[in-house]
Design a protein around this ligand. Sequence first.
Ligand code: ADP
Length: 775
Amino acid sequence: DVADLPGVPEWLPDHLRDDGIEELYPPQAEAVEAGVTEGENLVASIPTASGKTLIAELAMLSSVARGGKALYIVPLRALASEKQADFEEFEQYGLDIGVSTGNYESEGGWLADKDIVVATSEKVDSLVRNDAPWIEDLTCVVTDEVHLVDDGERGPTLEVTLAKLRRLNPDLQTVALSATIGNAEALATWLDAGLVDSDWRPIDLQKGVHYGQALHLEDGSQQRLSVQNNEKQTAAIVRDTLEDDGSTLVFVNSRRNAEAAAGRLANTVRPHLSTEERDQLADIAEEIRDVSDTETSDDLADAVADGAAFHHAGLSRGHRELVEDAFRDRLVKVVCATPTLAAGVNTPSRRVVVRDWRRYDGSAGGMAPLSVLEVHQMMGRAGRPGLDPYGEAVLIASSHDEVDELFERYVWADPEPVRSKLAAEPALRTHILATVASGFARSRKGLLEFLEQTLYASQTDDSGQLERVVDDVLTYLQRNDFLEIEAGELDATSLGHTVSRLYLDPMSAAEIVDGLRDWERGASDSTSASGSPADAQAEPPADSGFTTASELAEDADESDADRDPDDISALGLYHLVSRTPDMYQLYLRSGDREEYEMELFEREEELLGPTPSEFEEGRFEDWLSALKTARLLEDWATEVDEATITERYGVGPGDIRGKVETAQWLLGAAESLASEVDLDAARAISEARIRVEHGVREELVDLAGVRGVGRKRARRLFQAGITDRAQLRDADKAVVLAALRGRRKTAENVLENAGHRDPSMEGVEPAPDVSVDLN
Ligand code: ADP
């Protein structure tokens, strides 16, 4: 009973009862018995939707009640806002909640007064690197989805961060929440924690496989579920669920498939909607169109108007929230999602269909099956407690043999064990530098001792492997001037400290520094020789018989002496940051290669550093992908509209934002690095950064920096003759109002932010002679 919880604040039982929680679920009760409200470490490995959040809350609230401070680590930024909303319910009892996700360079001083902080593991890592003093005040840390330590890219950060937090505060209570995994006890051993390992669920789950006209269930029974003429299996399941007034969540393996499936399933859902539902859905579709003016937005709105939707990481946050809410309100009857939705967004539905159980995997060179863990997490979203009698999770088989295969592979299978991915070089490159720079280790021996506290160390028998990689990494860091090793002592150089604080992969930092140096040396003589399609022989240009673009420019320049850093183009800088391992580059589709080879031929002169030879297949390919990415950023920074960009590069609006944010961060870092190594490129870099931040050409940089203005409004104001902030401050209000298309509230806001003496628009009429004809 929630009245009998030791250690929790006295308001909590009533609060829980108001939320309909009278008794703990069995795994929650086990957690309390294991001392989670009394400061004990705990690993809880329990199925999706079985109440992990409450376990986290019990731990954090009791820790705060004892005068402490709690940290909740989320695996994805998108989940931070979900959790924030959950925890903000406690503000009525005087608790302060803070969320911190972006901006890796700050130490987040404002978080010092918060009782509960929500952050991604990358953010926590960066706070530690920047010596955020309040980190030492933490008394409780909760990590959500801790099984992601298995993830090659992000797992090592989580692992090392937990080790550091625990080293800083030996009394820190550590609570790790995980989906059901094969080796939860290994995590408990690593974290020196009690274990709750349970497969209890609040609502029954039946797993099964659909084939032909039947749904085969794990209890051996069969349901008739017939597929009509020309109907796909998924559509038949969605229709069958609708006939019983239920909703379906369909998992597919790519964004494009999610969009296509939603479009098709809209036809299945439409006939089942009531007039009232149609009206409500039409309103939501309008809201979706209001969020952004892109093809994705249009497609989503069209599907939603018919009661179907898609959901993937390329959607903007506004779109995602509208879809999730409409699904929870049971207006949208089917959502086609990529696995992001399974990872923690709380959207249960009567049925879950796992349509694709394979997805493209570059390292496998083709389609590879999903892990049991992932499939079970998706399946776990089936069944809404209190609303459905039980949930059903269905895999789709395309042949009779596949029925058996899917039963063995997923329905009856246990999830895989989780294994540390720390011993990989890219991960260690970053973490070793940070560990040394922030003083966690001062010698090779100390470093190895620190790494002993990781999951990796607790799982491996071959400690030699870790030592070997550590030595390789130390050599790399030393060679690039990030670390010094003297008489066994390790020390970060000033550059190394900067790189660690900036939260850069050292390899990114090296690429940026080398590129900028190359520019300053005017290394054009080496740049033109290789790479361009015309001189694939890599002969010196003088002998090649061709005149390359760079030679022409060189001639015009007349010298290859130091080039003026102010002449570095925005494209050159976007390319520089796009080729670092910290930027997720755009993929070259078929046909792209030729296009970007041409582009490279024309603009090679602007790029920083020598183009790799075409014979270096991998590096040359990367160079072109970086160029494609840089062109997207350049388009954005020359005011090409969002819809054109999404079309041209085959990306979603959310991807543009993602690339822009990463570029902003990396360019900011490049500015710091340039000054660290005395390169005088700050002006060019900062301009490129501000342009990409606001998505504007140079002449609008000042205006677009005024809060509330943005790229489109800045252009309209500019067209109306207001060209900078100072002019806006003293502008004729009638002109401003006309330029902002008569929107008074907006105009007042903008004027106030620009510092106008009297921003009020009362009685002002838009100036008739101002015409702005932008979309
Ligand atoms: P998980 O994080 O494990 O996927 P959640 O913590 O989101 O699952 O819980 C799923 C749902 O169960 C939430 O809506 C939550 O309010 C509800 N819930 C959790 N614990 C209880 C309980 N003891 N009694 C009733 N409902 C509960």
